[in-house]
Design a binder for this molecule. Structure first.
Ligand SMILES: NC(=O)c1ccc[n+]([C@@H]2O[C@H](COP(=O)([O-])OP(=O)(O)OC[C@H]3O[C@@H](n4cnc5c(N)ncnc54)[C@H](O)[C@@H]3O)[C@@H](O)[C@H]2O)c1
Length: 309
């Protein structure tokens, strides 16, 4: 298929673009390179890869880039609650208005596969969140993503993945994601200070996120119009449990608890990924695989921040 991936030079996009090319798709990436990243350089040789630097909010840029696409994966966003709170107008225009523009411009036969966050479930400490659980997003980030998902589904010929917190290596590395951040701190400082240590989250390897999108492209007819949680079913863990898993691979790690500090998204939930697994999709990378990989990343990228804020 011919794919347009907006935000394809980002943490998820630069992994997905390479994997989509390997599977035989043709990929055009539209990205404004917000982070001056050169994450797609190693793909420049590829005859089925093309890149446009531009703003996914601008219809004069988005319209022509859409023309040849069979399917669109709009990843361009201001990602994470802290980044959105720094510039709420930009967050709303990139995360929501640009999706509205995309849906107006695309032809009805062009498929849209949307990346939502499962932080849209809000705080549900006692329940297992399925795709039927009502959304209760707390941050502006969560609210814009949830609203955009609604627009995609309403518009037809689309589907949405509700992604757990990603971890693992990417050419556009992010150390502001929980597992990546904890492993980096464990490696660098040998100490982790936890707040809200009993809050539970669900995690997923960045390459498994890419595999979910490729699965969605392959099985679009049976998945169209629906939403799917995508996470590791055996990694619904509290922050304390995550820290303890990291300590298995970093034995000198000291884990301390703090009563100050709060998550702006108040993420505290268990997530069921049964729906996508019932279609035959399975993750390929465990949390322990990811921790081992991230320790290598720390050695490869000493003291480089790579955070969204
Ligand atoms: N990483 C996660 O854990 C996670 C979890 C759930 C959902 N998501 C969603 O996945 C998508 C990608 O997230 P990510 O982790 O790769 O984030 P990222 O910040 O690494 O990637 C975002 C990309 O969008 C680009 N961009 C930003 N504004 C743009 C604009 N106006 N025009 C064109 N490009 C623009 C940036 O340059 C960047 O390459 C986002 O939609 C995010 O909401 C991510």
């Amino acid at each position: 298929m011919r794919l347009l991936i907006t935000g394809g030079a980002g943490y998820i996009g630069s992994v997905l673009t390479g994997m989509a090319l390997e599977q035989g798709h043709a990929v055009t990436v539209l990205d404004d390179l917000s982070f001056q990243q050169d994450s797609l350089l190693s793909l420049a040789h590829h005859p089925r890869f093309d890149f446009l630097q531009g703003d996914a909010r601008n219809p004069d840029v988005l319209g022509p880039s859409l023309e040849q696409a069979d399917a669109v994966i709009p990843l361009a966003a201001l990602v994470g609650a802290p980044a959105c709170d720094v510039d709420p107008d930009r967050a709303t225009s990139v995360n929501l208005d640009a999706i509205r523009t995309l849906l107006e411009l695309r032809r009805p036969e062009q498929r849209v596969l949307f990346a939502n966050t499962n932080s849209g479930y809000g705080s549900h400490p006692d329940a297992v969140c399925t795709e039927e659980t009502p959304f209760a997003p707390i941050s502006l980030y969560g609210r814009t993503k949830v609203e955009a998902e609604g627009l995609v589904l309403e518009s037809g010929n689309g589907l949405a993945f509700r992604l757990a917190t990603a971890f693992g290596a990417s050419p556009r590395m992010r150390f502001d994601l929980l597992v990546n951040d904890f492993v980096e701190q464990a490696h660098r400082e040998g100490v982790l200070v936890l707040f809200e240590s009993g809050f539970q989250r669900n995690f997923i390897h960045v390459r498994d996120i890419a595999r979910a999108f490729l699965f969605g492209l392959e099985n679009f007819e049976s998945m169209e119009g629906q939403t799917f949680n995508v996470g590791l079913s055996d990694a619904n863990l509290t922050k304390l449990e995550l820290a303890e898993r990291i300590r298995r691979q970093v034995p000198r790690l000291k884990i301390l608890e703090s009563v100050t500090g709060r998550d702006p998204d108040k993420r505290d939930y268990l997530v069921s990924n049964d729906k996508i697994e019932s279609l035959g999709w399975r993750p390929s990378y465990s949390l322990d695989d990811g921790i081992a990989e991230l320790l290598k990343v720390c050695r490869l990228m000493p003291r480089r921040p790579y955070r969204n804020i």
